[in-house]
Design a protein around this ligand. Structure first.
Ligand code: SF4
Ligand code: MG
Length: 328
């Protein structure tokens, strides 16, 4: 299948103030490469501060990476693109945020919110736009009369459906969803995940699904990328990673997800907490970024950054990746 999104060696540094007179940079994203095949889902997981949202802002062209290359449907994003070409590419990638209330204009009706991208980007007249909006509302499980309501009049789950409808209305190639269900009631989360899955089947849309929730990833993602402190530490197809995680960080993330542990009948790991806090991106540790929390760490881990390499059918950045599969 063709790739709708390819990123090579993306990095993003932000300037920060370190004290009264000194400035530095925080490396929020460090040499991240990925690709997303048409109609597939890439799950991006990690704790808060791992660079997931920074990645989302680069992939949706909200920000410009400090280094690296981005291709959308084979077209390279670069400074030589004129405004029109850039806008055309930007339309192909839409975003769904965690909090739909913050991302939907409270003074506009749902019809106005959904019709706006059509007015800007298509030649459809008013009647055709309204028809398209009504059809899209149906696709996301809302009713035609919802078009005249304002965002605050909906439940959280319905509002996220509106946000998804807005992201889908121009039939983008890719949606980047940043924690799109984590603000919803648990009882609603599965419905919204099912909606994402149904829309993908109907429209062939690709997703980058950013979440701290591994259950969500195991449910939706074809491939998984695990991030830690701005870097990719492990990536591969979902079944492989969940069956045999090789990076010690992926292993503790999975052990800390009770339902996954249960499904893997891994009783001993069910209550394993994630040891310690992630280090501050302001003071990244030398060597392997995970070494201070890693049960497998050896002296080499403190001095040498482990490169990403192929081990056992996935890509992993750990000096000891050959040894880390748990016995039993
Ligand atoms: Fe642990 Fe060393 Fe592997 Fe890093 S490189 S995850 S510290 S064993
Ligand atoms: Mg975030």
């Amino acid at each position: 299948r063709r790739d709708v999104l390819v990123a090579h060696h993306l990095s993003k540094a932000y300037p920060v103030r370190r004290g009264l007179f000194s400035r530095g940079v925080v490396q929020a994203l460090n040499d991240v490469s990925l690709s997303v095949a048409a109609g597939s889902t890439l799950g991006v997981v990690g704790e808060s501060g791992c660079g997931k949202s920074t990645l989302a802002r680069q992939l949706t062209l909200i920000e410009t990476p400090s280094a690296g290359e981005l291709f959308i449907e084979g077209q390279r994003l670069d400074a030589s693109l004129d405004r029109h070409a850039r806008a055309a590419l930007r339309r192909r990638v839409q975003m769904v945020f965690q909090n739909p209330l913050a991302s939907l204009n409270p003074r506009k009706t749902v019809e106005q919110i959904l019709a706006e991208p059509l007015a800007i980007n298509t030649t459809l007249d008013g009647a055709a736009r309204r028809a398209r909006v009504a059809a899209m509302l149906e696709q996301v499980g809302l009713r035609p009369e919802h078009a005249q309501r304002y965002p605050h009049m909906f439940s959280g789950g319905q509002r996220q459906r509106v946000a998804i409808a807005r992201a889908m209305i121009l039939e983008p190639a890719l949606i980047v969803a940043d924690e799109p269900v984590s603000a919803l009631d648990v009882s609603i989360q599965a419905q919204v995940l099912n909606l994402f899955r149904d829309l993908q089947q109907r429209f062939g849309t690709s997703y980058v699904f950013i979440t701290h929730n591994l259950d969500v990833v195991s449910y939706l993602a074809d491939r998984v990328m695990v991030m830690y402190l701005g870097r990719v530490v492990e990536s591969g197809d979902t079944a492989t990673l969940f069956a045999r995680p090789r990076h010690p960080y992926t292993q503790v993330l999975m052990a800390a997800t009770p339902s996954l542990s249960r499904s893997r009948r891994d009783a001993e790991a069910t209550h394993a907490p994630l040891p310690g806090e992630p280090p501050s991106p302001l003071e990244p540790p030398p060597g392997c970024p995970f070494h201070r929390r890693c049960a497998w760490a050896v002296p080499r881990c403190v001095s040498e950054v482990p490169p990403l390499r192929e081990v056992d059918g996935r890509t992993v950045a750990c000096h000891r990746a050959e040894e880390t599969v748990r016995l039993g």
